[in-house]
Design a protein around this ligand. Structure first.
Ligand code: GGG
Length: 330
């Protein structure tokens, strides 16, 4: 355990973000690991109050911290979470989708990791209005980013006992951009002869994930496909409330639930904090606290198995009570 408290920047963001992050912070504090949490504003409410969605103080706080815990992005997502990912240089968005005992779901055998490229594709933000009736968006795919994400996915698979990595693309239509992405993945995969490397079209993968997700262990894909497939994967395991994610780069790390801001239930103490609490576990592992991470994950799994959870998963607990239930089982 570190002698000094870990410096963590906390950005609740919009909608249910502040509630689920508050639940996760209580669980992190209950591990006994020492943290110095610094809270920062960002998002729609911040934009309305100050004129900026991501204040400079928030950005500097995130850059200075050892890790960032983020809640949810609303309408200002492009100016907040996409900008944070870019400024922090987090080139990978690691999105696990794992089914849990006790949670009613379509596919209890699901246990996959989606490795989403986090810096380019249609998300690069090159959108233009040519005329009032014609808009264009440019899809950016580069060798550097494609090789880097392929290498990350293959390394991750090898380090976590996975045997197969699937590169997901639409190169039969997006011949140049996804053609390049695929060529990079193929080239990098040759450096990992111990792993099975496969390629599959994104539309076919969407269908196969619904029919038999157990055939996918690690998916590596471009930014937009990764975003869409990770929501699909969430649907297989019981919903978005269960899915954490880690944005990782060479110097910085930002942890955020895959879900959005859910404005319809914001402020009602109804939101499922599971994804945010599991983000806390990913954050602990990133900081070099694997035992504390495993305790949080274990306690969370026990709560889910005992139906000690929120209404979206058939439980009766509030956000706050769900966090306390995890703390009791730590
Ligand atoms: N799909 C759930 C959701 O709304 N997530 C927030 C979001 O869209 N974030 C932007 C991103 O992950 O690229």
């Amino acid at each position: 355990m570190s002698a000094k408290p870990y410096q963590v920047a906390v950005i609740g963001g919009d909608g249910i973000g502040p509630e689920v992050v508050s639940a996760a912070l209580k669980v992190l504090e209950a591990t006994g690991i020492r943290f110095d949490f610094q809270s920062y504003d960002a998002g729609d409410a911040c934009l309305a109050a100050t004129g900026v969605a991501l204040p400079e103080a928030t950005l500097q706080g995130a850059l200075a911290a050892e890790a960032v815990l983020f809640g949810a992005a609303g309408n200002s997502a492009a100016d907040v979470i996409l900008r944070l990912r870019a400024e922090l240089g987090t080139f990978v968005n690691l999105r696990p989708a794992k089914a849990y005992a006790g949670v009613d779901c379509l596919h209890p055998a699901t246990d996959m990791m989606i490795v989403r490229e986090n810096t380019e594709c249609i998300y690069a933000g090159h959108e233009n209005v040519l005329t009032p009736e014609v808009t264009i968006a440019t899809r950016v795919i580069t060798v550097q980013a494609s090789e880097r994400i392929a290498r990350f996915a293959l390394d991750w698979a090898g380090q976590h006992g996975r045997t197969t990595v699937t590169a997901v693309h639409k190169a039969n239509v997006l011949r140049k951009s996804d053609g390049l992405f695929l060529a990079c993945c193929r080239r990098v995969a040759r450096e990992y002869p111990a792993l099975k490397y496969e390629e599959a079209l994104v539309d076919s993968v969407a269908m196969r994930m619904v029919l038999d997700p157990g055939q996918f262990q690690v998916i590596v894909t471009t930014n937009l496909f990764g975003d869409i497939l990770s929501d699909l994967a969430a649907g297989l395991i019981g919903g978005l409330g269960l899915c954490p994610s880690a944005n990782l780069g060479p110097r910085h790390a930002l942890f955020e639930p895959v879900h959005g801001s859910a404005p319809d239930i914001a402020g009602k103490n109804l939101a499922n904090p599971t994804a945010a609490i599991l983000c806390g576990a990913m954050l602990l592992r990133h900081l070099g606290e694997p035992q504390a991470a495993a305790r949080v994950e274990g306690a969370m799994e026990q709560c889910l198995a005992a139906h000690e959870t929120t209404g979206d998963l058939g439980g009766k607990l509030s956000t706050e009570q769900a966090a306390q239930a995890v703390i009791k089982r730590l």
